[in-house]
Design a binder for this molecule. Structure first.
Ligand code: DHB
Ligand code: FE
Length: 287
């Protein structure tokens, strides 16, 4: 057992619980809509289906395996785990394609646990947290600029992350609604500072469909500890990203393959004497 392995208790989130909440959050999300591009749907669907055919032939997939796949796909939907599955095993490539031309701050996957509308603060904030919130205190600060390094007035920095047990508010039971979620509207100097705690590594719930796949394949269910961010400003491209901790467990072996070298923080002991501090700046591409 590793030090970060979680023993199931009644307080732990279940796959069905996290999945249900993640599916509801996705359903509430504003999504692009417009006329259907039939040629593009046909091209993508044809190639996706052909890719599956190729896998069946290459591995000589049997009827027993085909039935196991059917049963598994049905169960992913029933437990609401599609957001968890897709964001772990597919989103990182979509992000790579979407942001290939970006020159400024590096992005990575959003994951299933973003909720818009977190409590808003000006320039310096302590994230909402429980009185006895566990974890090493962390001062996370930086500046939002344009590509020339000029501070961007009125940028919005949204931060959300797991707690010291690796759980997210609004997706695991028993955590206050906006725990470890907040946003800062920066002033003319572009500077922001969040007082929070360092999150723990995140484990994909092992008791559901994603967990079944991981167990059957003999993989591991871990993501390294990470901060989630969305940084935006009028006239600039929004960047969705995550920041990781140098030397942290699973940084070199993320199940979601979302770590990039530019996204690794190297915190140092805080000047205040309490916990750690780290500075990370965001340069935003023009919209
Ligand atoms: C998943 C969870 C995360 O916290 C994350 O950042 C990415 C993916 C998931 O369970 O799918
Ligand atoms: Fe996450």
């Amino acid at each position: 057992m590793t030090s970060t392995e979680i023993n199931p208790t009644e307080h732990n989130p279940t796959a069905a619980g996290s999945g249900r909440n993640a599916t509801a959050a996705f359903a509430a999300k504003e999504r692009a809509s417009g006329p259907v591009d039939h040629a593009r749907v046909s091209a993508i669907a044809t190639d996706a289906i052909a890719a599956l055919h190729e896998v069946v032939r290459r591995h000589q997939v049997t009827y027993a395996e085909y039935d196991a796949l059917k049963a598994w796909l049905i169960s992913v939907g029933e437990t609401g785990e599609w957001p968890l599955f897709l964001d772990v095993w597919v989103e990182h490539v979509v992000e790579e394609v979407a942001n290939a031309d970006r020159k400024g701050a590096v992005g990575t996957i959003e994951g299933p646990y973003y909720i818009p509308g977190a409590p808003e603060f000006a320039s310096e904030a302590t994230l909402p947290m429980r009185e006895d919130e566990k974890g090493t205190p962390l001062l996370f600060q930086g500046t939002v600029t344009d590509l020339d390094g000029k501070p961007v007035d009125g940028a919005l920095v949204e931060l959300w992350h797991a707690d010291d047990d690796g759980y997210y508010s609004q997706f695991a039971p028993g955590i206050p609604e906006w725990n470890l979620r907040g946003q800062i509207r920066v002033g003319a100097d572009g500077h922001f500072a969040f007082h929070t705690i360092q999150p723990a590594p995140y484990q994909i719930p092992t008791d559901g469909s994603c967990g079944k796949l991981i167990a059957a394949a003999g993989w591991h269910p871990w993501r390294p500890a990470h901060l989630h961010l969305k940084v935006s400003a009028p006239g600039k491209q929004l960047v969705t990203t995550q920041l990781y901790f140098d030397g942290g467990e699973w940084v070199d072996n993320d199940v979601a393959q979302a770590v990039k070298p530019e996204l690794i923080l190297r915190p140092t002991p805080a000047a205040s004497g309490e916990g750690n501090e780290v500075t990370y700046d965001f340069a935003l591409d023009p919209a």
